[in-house]
Design a protein around this ligand. Sequence first.
Ligand SMILES: Nc1ncnc2c1ncn2[C@@H]1O[C@H](COP(=O)(O)OP(=O)(O)O)[C@@H](O)[C@H]1O
Ligand SMILES: [Mg+2]
Length: 250
Amino acid sequence: MNQVIAVCGKGGVGKTTISALLGRALAADTEDRVLVVDADPAGGLAMALDWSVAGSINDLRQEILDAIERRKTDQADLAAAIDYRLLEMLSDRDNLALLSVGRSEEAGCFCNLNTVLREAIEALSGHFRTTIVDAEAGLEQVNRRVMRSVTHLLLVTDPGAKGVRVAEEIHALAVEAVAPKRVGLLVNRVRSEAEIDSIRSRTKLPLLGWIPEDDAVRTFDAQARSLLELPPCPAVAAVRAWISDGEFFG
Ligand SMILES: Nc1ncnc2c1ncn2[C@@H]1O[C@H](COP(=O)(O)OP(=O)(O)O)[C@@H](O)[C@H]1O
Ligand SMILES: [Mg+2]
């Protein structure tokens, strides 16, 4: 079955970095096509991958609104056009494809950006073995309206207490809203075993694994270089080892 992995957590803990490294590793180490979705209106994933995107979900949303306003299309035409435009908006490299949510200027519009995002994820995830959704920080997107098709909830935290608390809040909401098949906590930017022990003692969330603090990641970020080009380094190795242990996936 296709899997849709939502990468959630507090701002700044490493959701975008993990989404990029996970997408890269899954696309390289398996035969599968992988879709990464930049679902954070603040962006970041396209930049972390150094990819320019052909269009965004927000562009598509605008096109839908325009079509409805002009009453130019009927429902069936519109649905077909949306599917076609979604595929056009993907930017592809080898086994990896990127879709960006973009940014909406209008609040509270009936054609909500997150609703179009959910429809897009549902329409596209059938074409990919794995879809990775780099979610907005915090709780805004953790509801059935956005996450209906999510099968795996990957809660990312740094070793700090706030990150773990936000992960627990997201977990409580998500389990009620979407009942994902697999859930767990991935601890990023770890500097010592003691930090892992401390987290283990503070939370009941299942601990999936941890990614070390890695100077190579920081340097690439500072130089705005694509994480796809990271040479072998501890963070990349940790992500690959975590994938190959296989417990969370499938
Ligand atoms: N394992 C790591 N080692 C070193 N720096 C990291 C690591 N993971 C993330 N970072 C850095 O932390 C910052 C925030 O990461 P990011 O992935 O953008 O977080 P989020 O998407 O959760 O806001 C970035 O500058 C990134 O380069
Ligand atoms: Mg981010």
